[in-house]
Design a protein around this ligand. Sequence first.
Ligand code: OAD
Length: 249
Amino acid sequence: MTAEELETALERAARWLRVSERVCVLTGAGVSAESGVPTFRASDGLWEGHRIEDVASPEGWDRNPALVWNFYNARRANVATVKPNPGHFALVAMEDRWDDRFCLVTQNVDGLHLEAGSVNVLEIHGSLRKTRCLGCGAVANCGIEPLSDTPDCSVCGGRLRPHIVWFGEGLDDDVWMKALESADQCDTLLVVGTSAVVHPAASLVPIARRKGATVIEFNLTPTDASVYADVGLYGPSGVILPKLLQRLG
Ligand code: OAD
């Protein structure tokens, strides 16, 4: 998109946002790319060198939990070295503006939205910074420091697993219902840095659209969500989101 097209699109997006009562945001790996967290489907993507079924599935876990923890400890080590970028901070500033009428639904497990200061965040795919006990079910914050390859629950002594949604698993019902409600009720949905190919997360876009929301897409390129977008803002979200924030005044 040319600089002129971008300016026009930014102005349209700002006009819609200014009159929006409720805002929902769906983010994916692209929002953290400029922080240095690899996206999933890029050629240097995260799964490269790992068989998904070994490290991100219930079957892989049953076969070799230590290997799975090893993989997630490596991802945690990567995230420990990165910081939120201006895209994350622009979303914090937007939440300040809309307060509890702003909801950020993220597919990311890196915890960078919370680290940046976003409050109303739904981590629908879980978090690298949380564990879940297979004995008592307790979900606990574990920070980003390395854990052992076979960590145990401090409450009941049970085995801990990463609190991450793996392939073949469903989302947490409560978290997903809140995400649906937010998409259903918003006037504007921002879709940021996601290829929009993983469901049910991607279904939030048509759901919001059908309810009459304006959809604004932020990505490097058009995606499967573009067909629902009223405006596409194509460029790095760490640059484009702050530009939009500035326009909002
Ligand atoms: P993907 O890797 O599928 O898509 C990342 C998107 O970000 C792509 O559309 C890129 O074009 C875009 N992108 C890259 N850099 C960007 C930048 N600087 N600014 C804006 N956009 C940028 O990641 P997700 O859509 O998040 O699920 O993947 C969805 C889910 O697939 C993940 O949550 C994960 C995976 O399977 C689970 O682990 C359950």
